[in-house]
Design a protein around this ligand. Sequence first.
Ligand SMILES: Cc1cn([C@H]2C[C@H](O)[C@@H](COP(=O)(O)OP(=O)(O)OP(=O)(O)O)O2)c(=O)[nH]c1=O
Length: 199
Amino acid sequence: MHTSVGQTRLVLASASPRRRELLGQLGLAFEVSAADIDETPHPGEAAQAYVLRLAREKARTVAARTPGAWVLAADTTVVLGEELLGKPRDEAEVREMMGRLSGRTHEVQTGVALAGPTAEHALVVRTRVTFRALSAGEIAWYASTGESLDKAGGYAIQGKGGFLVAAIEGSPTNVIGLPLGETLELLTRAGLPLPWSTP
Ligand SMILES: Cc1cn([C@H]2C[C@H](O)[C@@H](COP(=O)(O)OP(=O)(O)OP(=O)(O)O)O2)c(=O)[nH]c1=O
């Protein structure tokens, strides 16, 4: 059952079904309105600055058309060494990404922003993920499943890609696109009523 947030309108600025499901797990009432923005990284832009900038842009874009509401947005990227791995273009790029992630540790970084009538709050959450050493057969099969194409880094830990991962250090929901503990922190900072708040 969803708890009403009183007069406060909460909007999730996302087209991602995973973010919708994750936010739904908190038991809050919210609307969804996707923000379509240019996600090209600036030259030399560091991962943390990139995910924070995109999360803020998504939140501000939707806040501008929903006056009075609090708008939550996020952006997730995979960081391998100095490099950002976004969504792969095709199956060949999935294979290439899996080959590079195989047997190594990378970071998944998510920027989360909450833009509202009185303030804006934002943060970045980093989770370390270590892949198993993958065989050529495993890589080829996983790339052929097709689940990679709309996922940062080309895999879904919550899906068929679960077998790729040997270890994870940090927030699991961060990897799927919305770190729930830190999202609660932002909602609390903004003074939004939570399902367990006493009126
Ligand atoms: C690494 C990883 C990423 N992902 C997903 C989370 C994000 O939805 C996606 C990264 O793309 P994003 O650009 O962060 O988000 P999106 O385009 O899906 O949605 P929107 O901008 O409208 O909010 O990759 C997983 O679902 N599982 C994983 O294991």
